[in-house]
Design a protein around this ligand. Sequence first.
Ligand code: HEC
Ligand code: HEC
Ligand code: HEC
Ligand code: HEC
Ligand code: HEC
Length: 369
Amino acid sequence: MFVVLRLCSWLVAAGLLIPLYAQGQSKPFAFPEACTACHGSVTKYPVRGVRSQYQTSGHRNLPDASYSNADGCQQCHTNEGFIEYATTGKVDLKALVSNPSEIGCFTCHAPHERGDFSLRKANAVKLANGVVFDRGKANLCANCHQARVMPKDEVRARPIVAAPWGAHHGPQSDMLLGTNAYEFPGKTYSKSAHGFLAEANCVTCHMTQPRQRYGLAPNIGGHSWRIGGEVHERPTLNLAGCTSSGCHKELKQVPNKDLVDVKAGGDYDADGKIETVQEEVAGLLERLINKQGTGLLQKARNPLYDVKGEFVLNNKTEQPIEIVAALYNYKFVLEDGSKGVHNTKYAVQLLMDSIKALDPKFDDSKRPQ
Ligand code: HEC
Ligand code: HEC
Ligand code: HEC
Ligand code: HEC
Ligand code: HEC
């Protein structure tokens, strides 16, 4: 833009544009036609509205690009790294992105090369364990929102030396398909409808916008990528993707709570009441680590988590496989972030089996099949 303006001012200075003014008022200034689809007063694409949503998003605001600018991290954490990956199929592990920028418009689109908002990369994605994720536009998300390791390489009797150990913070693609968490020998694992329906994809659920007055808020839906957020000082869930896809005719949120109003198929966490899916999953997670300090991972011998739920640096102590497996699954479900919505059956099975392995008295008779 700067260059274009600069050029114009030089041309004016050189007297070259003066004849244009002289010919009447119709076209005093000709903004390049090719740019007006996106930049101008009336645009073909809603760049400004999208930007105001984007500015509220985690992609914009979680400041990870600067410290994840090398060692392969740049592939998912920086705009520059992802473009390199999308263009060449890999990133140079030794290179440093010296001026990293956060994931932005040009990461996912290539508007200045293509003249539109088609997705930079939307082909099927092979997850770490070889399972293929193929759900249309959501393939873009799966490039980054996936586990970085496999439990078969990680889960065994061993010390756990650092707090971030695990699948890596965003295993949503694996969770959605119901794959690549630690599956206990002798148990069978299944998946909810979201595990196989093409319509259940990241873009439909996270980016569909509500279509009513007062429904729209920049911090939910569309390019905020968020389903739940504060709107008019109240926790609000945008469930337009779930209903307009035709999958759920009626789906509501629990009034004033950040919870989808879907009752669980049973009292999975064995607390004596059947709650919503997300409360049951939260209850299962709390059996492993909780604020009261009574979680199974907090009470184990040489515990990895203290009473406050903080990771204990415990470098050399070898942990038994049940602890390592339970921790792997705990983090897998917690960091998936949906509290069981992405794949209720798989999430519940993983947690119930992990709890049972540490507490043989745990009642797992309600385990979904
Ligand atoms: C298909 C849409 C599209 C077209 C066509 C388009 N742009 Fe852009 N342009 C964008 C988007 C998206 C941004 C980033 C906006 C943002 O950051 O919110 C952008 C940003 C810019 C910027 C700011 C650069 C930066 O890095 O922030 C300049 C300068 C620019 N465009 C110039 C042009 C010019 C000149 C043309 C025509 C030759 C053009 N654009 C055509 C979509 C487009
Ligand atoms: C395959 C893609 C991928 C790679 C490679 C990757 N990450 Fe991530 N990382 C993610 C995603 C996706 C998230 C966000 C998950 C979420 O919020 O659900 C994330 C989250 C994080 C977080 C938590 C950030 C927060 O604000 O909550 C940290 C810290 C992090 N990554 C560090 C790293 C480091 C350091 C490396 C390199 C050693 C790395 N990541 C490599 C995809 C990746
Ligand atoms: C993390 C990836 C990602 C980022 C970052 C991103 N987009 Fe998008 N964008 C998408 C996806 C996915 C779609 C398709 C949404 C759909 O089909 O509902 C889309 C759709 C669009 C559309 C609608 C296109 C059409 O043909 O109607 C526009 C306009 C757009 N993006 C502009 C932007 C702008 C401007 C930015 C930066 C402010 C941006 N996007 C950043 C992923 C991204
Ligand atoms: C280039 C890699 C990449 C792509 C592509 C990508 N994400 Fe992300 N996403 C991340 C990372 C990394 C984070 C963590 C914040 C950060 O560092 O930017 C994140 C954060 C998020 C968050 C916010 C999490 C939080 O804790 O607030 C959501 C929601 C999300 N992504 C959804 C999506 C969806 C849906 C798509 C596909 C349309 C997508 N992402 C595409 C890498 C990516
Ligand atoms: C069936 C609908 C659905 C699908 C498909 C889906 N999500 Fe979600 N997702 C949700 C719901 C509902 C939540 C919980 C939102 C809340 O409580 O705010 C959630 C939570 C999340 C979160 C944590 C909450 C946040 O905003 O930080 C992330 C990150 C996320 N999803 C990313 C993804 C990605 C990436 C995909 C594709 C691999 C995906 N989701 C597929 C419905 C869906």
